[in-house]
Design a protein around this ligand. Sequence first.
Ligand SMILES: [Zn+2]
Length: 314
Amino acid sequence: MMKLLVLAAASFALGGAASAQTAPLPFTLKQLGPGIYAAIDGPEHQAGSNAGFVIGDDGVVVIDAFFTTDAAKALVAEIRRLTSKPIRYVVNTHYHADHTGGDQVLRDAGAIIIAHRNVRGWVRTNNVNLFGDRITPELKTRIEALPLPDLVTDKDLTVWLGARKVVVRTVLGHTGGDLTIFVPDADVLFAGDMLWRKIPPNLIDGSVKEWAATDADFLAMPGAARISFVPGHGDVANAKDVEEFRGYLLDVQRLVAEGRAAGLKDEALTQSVAPKLRALHPDWTISDRAAAAEIKYMDQELAGTKKRPVPSGD
Ligand SMILES: [Zn+2]
């Protein structure tokens, strides 16, 4: 008994969320409203991205599945700790493997995989491009075995969990197959990679023009100042963070356009733009690799040569 009490006190001191776990969770669980949780990736990036879940009257909707199956298993364990209601759906905000890598774990836990209709054609193929020169044979095999979504849409959907309404919206900007998930009764928007907090976004499949417009739509939502925004990467955000992120996208666009107008390209363009971007966003973590990639993709978008994933039509 004494031993149990000591253990309970120790886990409480560690924050409580990790109570029954021996290893620390690869994410931090944050409650944003009754039965609504964001699972925020830790500083070690063990989960690969953020996720979350909504507990309704008669079931649970999970938003995204992390990159690693271990993180997805830990998420299922956390849900099980909080409720015995069935895990009915996992909604993928987009096809990128850092958000879909754990889908099979959610499916094994009983979930139907919901995604944008374009995800079926991309999840096992285009994800290889996402890793560029960091792809390994093991990762390629894993990607080729990712489950295909069960239920796809190119329109907005409403998922009812008893009386609890969850609105799945199609949006433009990050990949060409993006969804957001809004819970009106709690003012929570799971934004997927339409929002990154103080971290440079991956523009590989994106259109900055569409993306900035979607972020403007977030800010135009009724009661936007009250909304908790769960980004795809970075901590839970508010409307000010959305504005800051949109400003970052527009800065990338403007600085690259100015560099192009001055005749700069490739390495010279990066050398000119990256320090200006860092000076404008001193509290962001902008690696050389991230800066070079975003500047390259922005340059391609402005030149009209940007390649984006092509829908298969299924
Ligand atoms: Zn992504």
